[in-house]
Design a protein around this ligand. Structure first.
Ligand code: GRF
Length: 222
């Protein structure tokens, strides 16, 4: 029975709002066999999100849950998300460009089971438009972070980061594109570590059971 359980694929519930390039990278890695997961559902708060088309193209259930009418009642909206995620058997919730602040209703339903990707090296540059902020600040390095979601804004325990240099002639678009290429790698990597049962959260820190990898170096720019 134990062996059988270990073979069980993690079922992902993926929340999106837009173009879905991270979603596509996850789909591609699953199809290639480098990510042992399945996608139970993709949920968008935007009816016209390209992400929904991407999901449907791969026969993945794609659902639009409109946030209209939930002004000031974000927790009620999140209760709908929880209901749908549970109905589709989600073990792990993936925020792949989901442009809403989520509430304790969702976080408590999936404690340390929600992952987000952020296009900066947290805790520097939380929030929005962070690639531009990194350039304007004069940072020499930026990058991206996969972290578990807690009740703060981009504050949860960090799982993996990738570092990307900021070049003198960088534009927001150029830096964003180089960061995005790393996002596509580290998100799947973090999900795979979760699927293998190798992640343990202790306080703010995430420990990875990795006897075969020296010093966890593989967690930076994998
Ligand atoms: C990415 O930059 C991600 O870091 C941020 O939202 C963007 C989503 O892009 N959270 P995409 O929809 O996955 O292409």
């Amino acid at each position: 029975m134990r062996g059988k359980n270990r073979m069980k694929r993690v079922t992902l519930g993926i929340l999106v709002s837009g173009r879905g390039s991270n979603l596509q990278a996850i789909i591609d890695n699953i199809e290639k066999g480098s990510l042992s997961a399945e996608i139970g559902v993709v949920i968008s708060d935007q009816a016209d999100a390209f992400s929904l088309e991407r999901a449907r193209k791969h026969d993945i259930p794609a659902v639009h849950i409109s946030a209209k009418g939930y002004r000031g009642r974000r927790d009620e909206y999140d209760a709908h998300l929880v209901e749908e995620l549970r109905r589709r058997g989600a073990d792990l919730v993936i925020l792949a460009g989901f442009m809403r602040i989520i509430t304790p209703t969702l976080i408590k339903a999936f404690p340390n089971r929600i992952m987000n990707i952020h296009p900066a090296l947290l805790p520097s540059f939380p929030g929005l438009h962070v690639q531009k902020a990194a350039i304007e600040h004069g940072s020499r390095f930026s990058g991206c972070t996969v972290h578990f979601v807690d009740e703060g804004m981009d504050t949860g325990p960090i799982i993996i980061q990738a570092v990307v240099p900021v070049l003198d002639n960088d534009t927001e678009d150029a830096l964003s594109a180089r960061i995005l290429a790393q996002e596509h790698k580290i998100f799947s990597r973090a999900i795979q570590l979760y699927a293998e049962g190798r992640l343990t959260v202790k306080g703010r820190r995430v420990f990875v059971a990795n006897p075969e990898d020296k010093g966890g170096e593989f967690l930076i720019n994998p």
